[in-house]
Write a protein that binds this ligand. Structure first.
Ligand code: CA
Length: 238
């Protein structure tokens, strides 16, 4: 196991998993990687812990004894944009799409390689880390980004975006007026990590639900067929 980077020492990861063996293995590999971990085995307990302790990242099993993991995810996403990776025993495409639709940032199917879990956790945390920048504000029409706080406003109303949604929207806004190809966007948002292209599509669809007046006729995230997406610079500020 690679030695932990200093900045990872204090990061707390909440493991929501009712299978003791899995919870223990996950806890061990993450501790070895330098993270603090806490494991709970019920959805309700997890929601309490998240509200009270605010972990830095959540690993969520879908099959929990008291409630479905997706319910936990939906409840959480109503008020929180915590980075979250779903761990699931079921590996069908539908389950993955459901979880991503409900706001998961990533998805791992059991049994997974512990090294891969650590790599995914690190990759997600890298994507949500605030990188110091000279810029503090960015505005495209009615959309405004507070880059220091990673907050987004639409017509001065705060948007509740997941870390992945924020990164996608910011990438498009930074290049407003220019088409970003699917590959460029995946590279900008996920870096070198190999991601399932459906993750991008699902996140774009969620973003449109949140920011577009009419998601079927988007004005902020416009599809350029066979090319990618563009955020037009001009047009009505609505
Ligand atoms: Ca389970």
């Amino acid at each position: 196991m690679v030695a932990a980077a200093a900045e990872e020492q204090t990061l707390n990861i909440l493991i929501v998993e009712d299978d003791d063996d899995t919870a223990e293995v996950v806890s061990i590999v993450l501790s070895d990687a330098g993270f603090h971990t806490q494991a709970v085995d019920r959805g309700k307990v997890a929601l309490n812990e998240i509200a009270n302790q605010t972990p830095d990242l959540v690993l969520l099993d879908l099959g929990l004894p008291d409630m479905h993991g997706l319910q936990v995810l939906e409840t959480l996403r109503a008020y929180s944009s915590l980075p979250l990776i779903v761990l699931s025993g079921r590996g069908t495409d539908n389950d993955r799409i459901y979880a991503l639709n409900a706001g998961a940032d990533d998805y791992l199917t059991k049994p997974f390689n512990p090294e891969e879990l650590v790599a995914r956790v690190r990759a997600l945390l890298r994507r949500v880390t605030i990188t110091p920048t000279a810029e503090t504000l960015l505005q495209v029409r009615g959309l405004r980004f507070d880059l220091a706080r990673r907050q987004t406003f639409l017509q001065d109303k705060r948007l509740h975006l997941t870390p992945t949604e924020y990164n996608i929207l910011l990438a498009l806004a930074r290049q407003a007026g220019k088409v970003l190809t699917y590959d460029e966007l995946i590279h900008l948002v996920w870096g070198e990590e190999i991601e399932d292209p459906s993750v991008l599509r699902v996140n774009i669809s969620r973003l449109r639900q949140k920011i577009e007046e009419n998601p079927r006729h988007p004005r902020y995230i416009v599809t350029v067929p066979n090319e990618g997406y563009i955020m037009p610079k001009g047009g009505p500020a609505t």
